[in-house]
Every structure is written in C-alpha cells, then in structure tokens.
Design a protein around this ligand. Sequence first.
Ligand code: ARG
Length: 478
Amino acid sequence: MRSRSERNPQASANDGFLAFTSSVAFDSRLWRYDIAGSITHASMLAEADVITRADHEKIVSGLRAIAADMRAGSLTLPASAEDVHMAVEKELTDRVGDAGARLHTGRSRNDQVALDMRLYVREALTHIMEEAIALQETLMRKAGEERRTILPGYTHLQHGQPVLLSHHLLSYFWKLQRDIDRLVDCYDRANVSPLGAGALAGTAFPLERSQAAEMLRMRAVTENSLDAVSDRDFVAEGAFAASLLAMHLSSLSEELILWSSHEFKFIRLPRTLSGGSSMMPQKRNPDIPELVRAKSGRALGGLVTILALLKSLPLAYNRDLQEDKENLFDVFDTVGASLHALTPFLAGLEFDRARMRESAETGLMTATDLADFLTTRGMSFRAAHGLVKELAELSEGNEGRFRELALERLSTHDGKLDLKDLEFLTLENAIERRSVEGGTSSKSVKTQMEKANASAKGTFALLQKMRSDVAAVDELLS
Ligand code: ARG
C-alpha cells in the first residue's frame, strides 16, 4: 500500500507542519474557556446583526452540545487539528453546518487565545488562592496551639534569640498573605476581555465589546488591540506570583526537614504522610516537604522560560506565544499540588515542645538582654556589646559559667550588682520584653493573631467575588 505522502505530497508537508506546530495535545484543556468565549462572541455578532438569530441559536446550542460531550468524555479533540480553537470550530461546523462557519466572523485566533488564557489564568489563580488560604488556616490553628512554646530563633542558622513558636509559624502566614495579595493583583489585570481586538487592528464589525466582557464577568475590555493580542504580562505575573509562593513553601519545607532530623528533633513527622525506606526498616522520611522544595525549582524554571520567550517579541501576535502554555500550566499545577500536599502534612505533624525548650536553653540566647540591661545602668550599647561578647567567648557557650563571669566582671563596673539582678535573664523574659508591635512577646503575638484573622476574612471576601466571576464560564456552557 502506498503511503499517504506518496498519494498526496501536500498531506505530508502539512503533517510535517502540524507535527511541530500543533498545540492540541496541551491546549485542549482550554476547551471550556474557548467554548464560553465563542458563545459570547456569537452573542455580540447576533446583537450587531452580523449573524441571524437563527444562526446564533444553532451556534450556541451546538457549542453547548460539544461542551456536554467533552465533559462526558465522549469527545476528544483530534490531534490532527492545529489547536483547540480550530478543533472546536471544525467540530461545530461538522455539527451545525453553515452557521458554524459564520462563528469566526470578526474574530481571530489571536484575540481568541488571549481570551482563553485570561480565563484560564483567572480560574487557576482562584484555585491557588484557595489552597494558600487552607495553608494559612493551618498555620493559624497551629500557632494558636503553640502560644507558649519557646524555640530558638536563628540568624545564619545559629542560635540568636528565643521566640515563640506561634510567632515563627505566623511569619509564614504573612509571607502567604503577600503571595495572596499578588495573586489578587494579577487576577485583576488578567480579568479583562481582549475579544474584538481581532488579529491585531481591531474587528471591522460593529461589536459591542463590553457585552462579551459582561457575560464572562470580566471587569473591562482591553484598551489597545495591538497590546491585547501581544500582552502576556498576566501569564508572566501569574507564574511569578506562583513561583514566589513556591519559594516560601520551599523555605518552610526546608525547616520542617531540618527540624525532623535527629540533630534537631523539633518535630515528629505524621506517620501516614511520611515515606519509608525499602532497606532501612526504622526510617520515617520527610518526602512531602522534600518534593515541595524540589518542585519550587520546577516552578522557577517555568517562570524563566516564560520570560525568555516573551523577551524581544515584536508586535503584535507571534507564534512564540503558544509556547507559554505548557510552562504556565505546569507552574500552576505544580504549585497547586505542592500546597495541597503540604497543608495536611503540616496539620499532621507534632512539635516536641520540651526538646525545643531544651535547645533554646543553650547558645547564650539572652546575651542581647544582658547588653540591653547594661545600657539601663548607663553603659553605651557598643561598650555593653563588647563586654558581653567577651564574656560569651570566655564562657565557651556554657550558660552557668556565662552568668558567673557576668557577675564577676559586672560588679567591677557596678558595685551594686548582685546575682539577683541577673535572674531576669530567662527565656520568658527575653520573649516578653519584645512587646513592640510585630515582636515575639505573647501580647504582641496575640495582637498579630487578631490581625491575621481580620486579614483572612478580607481574603475570603475577595475569593467569593473571584469564584463568582469564574463560575460565569460553566454557566455559559449549560
Ligand atoms: N495556538 C495558538 C497559540 O496558542 C493560537 C493562535 C494562533 N494564531 C495564529 N495566527 N497562528 O498561540
């Protein structure tokens, strides 16, 4: 039998073209946005009397039937199509004939794909935000349980000053809060309709662009057709916001991994969410945070690829833009999955409070408090710092020796000092003295917790609004 190319040389050339350029294999997942966008485009066409009401009805019911079949799994878009847009349009035309062939009037795949991507980003950001909120809630709950737990606070991974574990956990709440703020910010810029921009210069048909925007619950229409079809800022921003969030997850994971090691022993890993070893029967491994740490690198790779492909593109649409998809999908999928795995892991682990306390008792963590105290006795902070540094060196990290030496040396500076004066050098005092706003004292942490709660309420209200926008797509499909 003769091969296809021998029968039809054109087919082979086309196959070669499609093999390299087709995006159906990965952009099929945009079908819901593509169909919803087409329904709104058809409505604009009908409203402007560019197509008849009858054709409009055929198009909309045809598109909804396709959506139902896609959802049921009884239809897969052919890999032989160039992309999801061509595949859906062809399927529609096969089903409803001439009316389907009128759908693309006044539209280009350039404004179409820009719309699909904006709708996808809008929804993906909402999902990441839901997952980030769940992690924030877990952090707040754990912080509430650990209001009295003291652990060493570190700089350079060396003992610094004691802090409350609740304070430590809440620090991640605020990092996530900024991540969420960035997601919301990106959402706002993504939530704008480019439909009507056409290929690059704007459509020549009298379409009321705001009609599609309203149907899709997007907040505005784009201001410049050239910008509309070339702008992928929302792709890069979304990838950045998600990657930075992933960096935070990676830092948190790194701490959990360290804390679970025999050297720290600050936490006990949740049994059902830990890995084992195929050889060493005694092992309980922190596989989840390790993978979260690794996957943050993968997200970062996606972001860098996206930025690299956008760099130096001339106006307006260029096929390079197709290459954003796999990267962006992967960034959002990876970060979403990381959040989804890390939250129950954090919820399930136990802190070893006694062990944290024991560790905080070492490392001369009240040295700053002693220097602070000397300033209240008239010494300059620099002089006090120098003196306490010397004592710390001499005592070689031994807490008892440090106090003895302190008393000895300080009496020569201040005859009225006695051992009682040094009794304030406790972990509790070191913590409670830091009652400044945002400090680690229990009072400050209580206020912080209230602010975190208020902040979470605000986020939740935003999420409700986003969910209702996003729901417009599925509402249009049924
Ligand atoms: N698959 C293309 C993309 O993802 C759709 C737009 C194609 N436009 C074009 N003029 N070839 O960017």
